[in-house]
Write a protein that binds this ligand. Sequence first.
Ligand code: GRF
Length: 207
Amino acid sequence: MNREKKLRLGVLGSGKGSNMVAIAEACNSGAIPAEIALVISDVADALILQHARDRNAHAEFIAPGKFRTKLDEDAERVFIQRLTEARVDLVVLAGFMRILKGDFLRAFSQRVVNIHPSLLPAFPGLEAWKQALDYGVKVTGCTVHLVDQGIDSGPILAQETVPVLADDTPESLHARIQQAERRLYPSVVGAWAEGRITVSGRRAVWK
Ligand code: GRF
């Protein structure tokens, strides 16, 4: 492993930032050969920005523009520009609540990853833990995947299972899935940084 050249991460998040914290801690402890170059949020007072600054990571709010579920054209341009200026190798979505399409995905082709709180392709979209509980599955989990033009539909890089317990509430199940996320996401980013994941079509192969 070449530890001199660290993979530069650009983390995008809208919320509390627990996945970003897990990844930042893995970077800072040297557990993974990566560094957080930039954290961007579309929410001015999102906790993820504070958590990033507490860990000496550069953190910025960028106004998302006029839409509710995506970035408008100007905002998208600024996001691309800032990530490019920060020489980001991999864009890590960590609770980023807007859909990224077109120009953004072309700018970072095959270099945008996301974590989703279910075993995809089951339960894409919002509140996936609640969807799983309501459906009655006995096992759910979390998925790290490449981002493509669809919703939670890109090639799957890794998954971790979480059992659904008889007395689970949406909150208790979500909490256990988030614990799994905080293990899985840093390990996938680390493997990516070490060049141990290749993707061919829909299939990711680990070495
Ligand atoms: C995570 O649970 C992830 O599954 C989803 O958004 C949530 C973000 O949580 N994509 P956090 O901001 O990383 O704490």
